[in-house]
Design a protein. Structure first.
Lengths: 110, 112
């Protein structure tokens, strides 16, 4: 079964500290993975996807197929990074399915 | 710019009432979705549609129905609302090529 696990419901760090939001997945095929972010009083939006291998707002995420992980990292957290973060996996083809993790609420303290 | 618009944004209703949440989009996407967000449970897929003639159940479709009136419109109905359907509901569209989802602002439903 396809599954996305975000083990931390809450994560609190201080401004300037490194942050890592964990995401592990279970999928037998070749996954497409995404991170979505929801800032306070804003709509959910795409942060980054593994295919593009880009850095957005200082965040990066590397797909590790051996560890089935797609952790989101930022070397120096900012207060404006405080938000809910969701990891998501798409399986494609005729058996399309999109699965979200349960989310991690990141708080960056001053 | 409101590419994906949901109405109403907030609704309070009573048990047993019929409720419709509406979603319209100007992105020109064929794919549309309805999600439910609950604290600690994340986002769960209710229904999705890949084009006007295509409707598919998600993981929690019981108690809900949908209608795809046009490429731009996808409505979610609760035929007889119950309190555990109290949640924040999101409509989304997606780009078939990239898979990226574009969300509406959400409709907060409270069933008393």
């Amino acid at each position: 079964a396809q599954r996305v696990t975000q083990p931390e419901k809450l994560l609190s760090v201080f401004k300037g500290a490194p942050v890592e939001l964990k995401c592990n997945y279970s999928y037998s095929g070749s996954p497409e993975l995404f991170w979505y972010v929801q800032y306070s009083r804003q709509r959910l939006q795409l942060l980054l996807r593994h295919i593009s291998r880009e850095s957005i707002k200082g965040f990066t995420a590397d797909l590790n197929k051996g560890e089935t992980s797609f952790h989101l990292k930022k070397p120096f957290a900012q207060e404006e990074d405080s938000a809910m973060y969701y990891c998501a996996l798409i399986s494609g083809g005729s058996n399309y399915k999109l699965t979200f993790g349960k989310g991690t609420l990141l708080t960056v303290n001053p | 710019d409101a590419d994906v618009t949901q109405t109403p944004r907030n609704r309070i209703t009573k048990t047993g009432k019929r409720i419709m949440l509406e979603c319209s989009q100007t992105k020109g996407h064929d794919r549309m979705y309805w999600y439910r967000q609950d604290p600690g449970l994340g986002l769960r897929l209710i229904y999705y549609s890949f084009d006007v003639k295509d409707i598919n159940k998600g993981e929690i479709s019981d108690g809900y129905s949908v209608s795809r009136q046009a490429q731009a419109k996808f409505s979610l109905s609760l035929e007889s609302a119950i309190p555990n359907q109290t949640a924040l509901y999101f409509c989304a569209t997606s780009d078939a090529g990239t898979g990226e989802l574009f969300f509406g602002e959400g409709s907060r439903l409270t069933v008393l």
